[in-house]
Design a protein around this ligand. Structure first.
Ligand SMILES: CC(C)(COP(=O)(O)OP(=O)(O)OC[C@H]1O[C@@H](n2cnc3c(N)ncnc32)[C@H](O)[C@@H]1OP(=O)(O)O)[C@@H](O)C(=O)NCCC(=O)NCCS
Length: 182
């Protein structure tokens, strides 16, 4: 039941700062709430999970030890969460596939943190037993597409008007995936 990745450890960012990457724990609930509330409206608009909602935060924190989930956070030395990544093994006939989520605080973007977290969560998905990793995002999330493309993910498809953002607008979804070495 425990997460096998003990800690990814400290990572150096391109701008000279550093961050600590480690599994999410139940005790991180308050810091995760603060992270959600710190995200700009534009991000919140496009996130599949509403990270400002206490029930969603509770669900994520409670799943810290779930068998089929790995959740990683990037955290500063003073305990501020600045990034979150998750890999969730899918049920049924896609049981070999892990669904990936990734988000970095705007103040830490383009410093390499997203890449560190993305690599760590793909590795965590592999440790979960997944042989394929998949990420869905709105077509408007171009930074997400850029980073996953750089990591070797390919676009598998686009679903037209498949999501409704928090402003009630219909949005296309892009599905990207990669096969993971066993
Ligand atoms: C996607 C996201 C996690 C990237 O985080 P990040 O910390 O800025 O990523 P990195 O600094 O590691 O960037 C790695 C590479 O990705 C690409 N990239 C990242 N952001 C980009 C952008 N806005 N435009 C173009 N390329 C971008 C670049 O190739 C970049 O390398 P470079 O800076 O050397 O050119 C961040 O923008 C984010 O949280 N976005 C909102 C949520 C989201 O879209 N998540 C993805 C879907 S789940």
């Amino acid at each position: 039941m425990t997460q096998r990745i003990e800690a990814v450890g400290s990572v150096a960012l391109k701008d000279g700062r550093h961050a600590n990457i480690r599994p999410l724990q139940e005790e991180d609930r308050e810091a995760l709430t603060a992270f959600g509330l710190s995200l700009p409206k534009n991000d919140l608009l496009y996130l599949e999970d509403d990270l400002t909602h206490p029930e969603i935060i509770a669900r994520l924190a409670n799943a810290a030890k779930a068998e089929n989930w790995r959740q990683l956070i990037a955290i500063t030395d003073d305990g501020q969460i600045i990034g979150y990544a998750a890999a969730l093994r899918m049920p049924g006939w896609s049981n070999h596939v892990a669904d990936i989520r990734l988000i970095v605080s705007p103040g830490y973007r383009r410093s390499g943190l997203g890449m560190h977290l993305a690599q760590a969560i793909v590795e965590a998905a592999r440790e979960l037993g997944a042989t394929k990793v998949s990420v869905d995002m709105l077509a408007a999330q171009t930074a997400g597409q850029a980073i996953f493309s750089r990591l070797g993910f390919a676009v598998e498809g686009q679903l037209a008007r498949h999501a409704i953002d928090r402003d009630g607008k219909l949005q296309d979804i892009v599905i990207m995936s990669a096969f993971v070495r066993v």
